[in-house]
Design a protein around this ligand. Structure first.
Ligand SMILES: [Zn+2]
Length: 157
């Protein structure tokens, strides 16, 4: 399953990438371009714009109208509709910034590239081979897990 998200769904795109979904996202694409990329690359168009949604459906494009207010609500809707687990497996995660699959990277290779205490405290790091961003399950991880747990509850109800 591949997606393309409209310019209003940047945060959602980042979440979906962390969950391992292939999501194209750019704030530069006009509606017509979103539709043509969705068609050409067989991507499901995710949008919060009802006009765009109707245009896409009228052209036979697979589109999903995202209604949720919070990220947890949006993720719950999407997981329900597309049947992917609300669980992050970093082996499958994509870089939230650029959509490239991230790679577990030997710690030694990252010496000097992450803050000293972070380097000392954590043992597993992932690197994006495209943009070079480095990821680890740091302090923010609790918040990520909490949002996913909330999404699972919404989905279950
Ligand atoms: Zn990247």
């Amino acid at each position: 399953m591949k997606f393309i998200a409209d310019g209003m769904l940047g945060k959602l795109a980042r979440w979906l990438r962390m969950l391992g979904q292939d999501v194209k996202y750019s704030t530069q694409l006009e509606d017509a371009e979103l539709i043509s990329v969705a068609e050409k690359e067989q991507r499901v168009l995710l949008t919060r714009d009802s006009e765009l949604y109707k245009r896409a459906i009228a052209k036979g494009i697979d589109a999903f109208y995202v209604e949720g207010r919070t990220e947890a609500e949006k993720l719950a809707e999407l997981a329900e509709r597309f049947g992917f687990p609300l669980m992050i497996d970093l082996k499958r995660s994509r870089c939230p910034a650029c959509n490239t699959t991230i790679q577990l990277t030997p710690k030694e290779k990252l010496a000097g590239k992450v803050e000293k205490n972070t380097f000392k405290y954590y043992s597993e790091f992932w690197k994006c081979p495209n943009c070079g961003n480095i990821y680890w399950q740091g302090a923010h991880w609790k918040g990520i897990t909490a949002t996913l747990e909330e999404a699972k509850k919404i989905k279950g109800s």
